[in-house]
Design a protein. Sequence first.
Length: 231
Amino acid sequence: MSKDSLSILIIEDNAQLAANLYDYLAGCGHSLDAAPDGLSGLHLASSKDYDAILLDWNLPRLDGLTVLRRLRQEARKQVPVIMLTARDQLADKIDGFESGLDDYLVKPVALPEIEVRLRSLVARLKQVAAPDHVLAIGDLHFDLRTLQVRRAGRNVALTRIGRRLLELLMRESPNIVSRARLERAAWGDIVPGTDLLRSHMHVLRRAIETPADTPLLHTVPGHGYRLCEDA
């Protein structure tokens, strides 16, 4: 396997789609495993180390969201996961991202785009920053060495993309950060065609703000978002 190839697990019950994905990605030089249901997919994902996982939502035995949650919470695996599904509702996207999803693609999607997204996601996550300080806005603290986020003394769980968005917003506070800059922070130069940023910002706001907290994350219509204590 070359240095540019990835080890990828496909969890997909549609045999034709799984075969197409397998053949195309193998032709791109990647190493592939495939599972036709959620339970066998979870077993493979938990027992082996992959660079990335392509996961369908509607799977037999265990649905994709359950696989994702168990992979994150029980197996403690932080492998990048892309959900490949026909579900296109905002609520579904939010559920996915809150469960630890890294990217979300709505079927049908071109095979070259899937391959490029896999490469981009893995490459982005390998770029490990080594900052030596803690960002703080009010009672919100982000330790960039440990990746621990705390608000008013409590731990805040965020996805990788959530942490990237939060870091940019905190570094730029109290300035407005444009949607384009936030999208680049989350996805690099390959920005999703659907409005995934809105889903991620919704998840981020719910994570860092309880009803008892002072609002910190503010939407600036037509411009972007800003993180600050004053609206």
